[in-house]
Write a new protein. Structure first.
Length: 263
């Protein structure tokens, strides 16, 4: 029996989603250890994608296989035993052919920035102190991203992919100058390593006048740039996963609160 498990996690204290031999304390590792404790045997899981260290997910799906339905309330037991930074929202039985990664038709990431220090935002929004930004230029740069197909120059490890093409279906910038906050949101069929945070880096370069809009357009066309430092991880959320056969419950999505004033 295959189950999709819909979760959210605060990535602050984790080394990303994926379990790695040389890296401890990943979200996947913690969940697998908890599942193995509950079922008293090794339980492996497969996630819908990777997230980097410090990146959050307000809507994430992983799958497990069980020989028989659990004889206990699995959602309750997981939430009771998992750390506070990981929450299970729902567990759905799916067909054996359905896959949490390969059947996802779209993913959405949201990136939050604030430039006035606020202790309530520091974990979930990237603080860039006293930013002076040209928001009109940033919106024009965002429109260029929407039209782009090949993201080779906006990827940390482009040579690790057979192709670097992405189908961007939505890409917007929302600004609240009174609150001193902005949100960059992007939806695509797939994302490359570091792609969203590198997009934000270049948006900030354009917004602060360190790069012209024409220079950014040339980078999107394939021109290499001497420096591309991914924006801070803590402002980034994997916020939505879409499947053609399943609508996930969005009631517990932390993004709904962070988006207030940035819709």
């Amino acid at each position: 029996m295959r189950y999709f498990i819909h979760i959210g996690f605060d990535g602050t204290d984790y080394r990303g989603w994926q379990r790695q031999e040389e890296t401890r304390n990943t979200v996947q590792e913690v969940i697998e250890q908890t599942l193995s404790k509950l079922f008293k045997k090794q339980i492996s899981l497969y996630g819908c994608g990777r997230t980097d260290a410090g990146v959050h997910a307000s809507q994430y799906v992983f799958q497990i296989y069980l020989e028989a339905a659990p004889l206990f309330d699995l959602k309750f037991r997981l939430n009771k035993n998992l750390p506070d930074g990981i929450a299970v929202f729902e567990i759905v039985e799916v067909n054996q052919e359905q896959h949490c990664r390969y059947d996802a038709v779209a993913r959405t990431y949201d990136y939050f920035i604030h430039w006035n220090k606020d202790p309530g935002l520091m974990r979930y929004s990237s603080f860039y102190e006293d930013l002076k930004l040209d928001f009109d230029l940033m919106r024009k740069a965002t429109a260029l991203i929407l039209k782009t197909k090949d993201f080779k120059t906006l990827c940390k490890q482009p040579d690790s992919y057979s192709n670097t093409l992405c189908q961007i279906s939505a890409c917007e910038l929302f600004v609240n100058e009174e609150q001193g906050r902005l949100r960059f949101t992007i939806t695509s069929n797939r994302f490359l390593r570091g792609m969203v945070r590198i997009c934000v880096f270049f948006l900030l370069e354009v917004g602060t006048g360190k790069m012209t809009l024409d220079e950014f357009a040339e980078i999107l066309k394939g021109k290499e740039w001497k420096e591309k430092w991914p924006a801070h991880p803590n402002g980034l959320f994997l916020s939505r996963i879409e499947y053609p056969f399943l609508e996930l419950n969005d009631a517990h999505n932390l993004i709904r609160m962070l988006k207030v004033g940035l819709d």
